[in-house]
Write a protein that binds this ligand. Structure first.
Ligand SMILES: [Zn+2]
Length: 203
């Protein structure tokens, strides 16, 4: 589906840090787990209206599903299609768990001054004038959450292998951001925090 000749941007997101980027309507966004077992929290905003955000709740409602698959449309907070899932070799993503923030590490683990996805997003979205009070719920790419029959959520280690990816086609011009989640106090990211690669392709 993608042609390497059409690659226009490649951004390495260092483990534990975040990066932002722009994707135009019709372009393809590929998010790659470089070494495997690394969760990549993902936000996206309509370039023309930052109040319109990629929304897991609206996507779940539209799909009537807790998971996504090839062909699905990911919806915004205004229920418009933002991305279509084109390829997905990882097939493990979470649409339920909040992004980690300073309080997650302090309240749940007693650790202060830990890097977090929310602080990463704040850092990389600040140039666009997008502040913390505008942040949506995240798409947690490569994250694995088991839902038990009684409703219990079990956060598991990401099953993603090195080089696995999700490829999405933008349905509008967006500002995107990825955080290579710095969570190292539970097992969601395996034994170490590692890098995520973002690639953007022309159609
Ligand atoms: Zn995180």
């Amino acid at each position: 589906m993608i042609n390497e000749k059409n690659l226009i941007t490649e951004i390495l997101v260092p483990g534990g840090h975040g990066r932002s980027f722009e994707v135009q309507k019709g372009q393809y966004l590929q998010i790659i787990d470089v070494e495997g077992q690394q969760v990549a929290d993902f936000y996206a905003f309509n370039s023309q209206n930052h109040q319109e955000r990629l929304s897991p709740p609206h996507t779940r409602t539209s799909l009537r599903s807790l998971t996504i698959k090839v062909g699905d449309l990911l919806r915004s907070s205004l229920r418009n299609p933002m991305f279509e899932v084109i390829e997905d070799t990882a097939q493990s993503h979470d649409l339920l768990i909040a992004a980690c923030d300073e309080q997650r590490y302090l309240v749940d683990y007693g650790v202060s001054d830990h890097r977090s996805c929310v602080a990463n997003f704040e850092e990389v979205l600040q140039p666009y004038g997008i502040s913390r009070d505008m942040f949506p719920e995240p798409f947690n790419i490569f994250q694995s959450t088991l839902i038990e029959p009684d409703g219990t959520l079990v956060q598991q280690t990401s099953p993603t292998k090195a080089g696995e990816y999700i490829l999405m086609k933008a349905q509008m011009d967006v500002i995107g951001a990825v955080s290579a989640c710095p969570m190292d106090l539970n097992l969601i990211g395996g034994s170490k925090i590692s890098d995520i690669m973002v690639r953007i392709y022309d159609q």
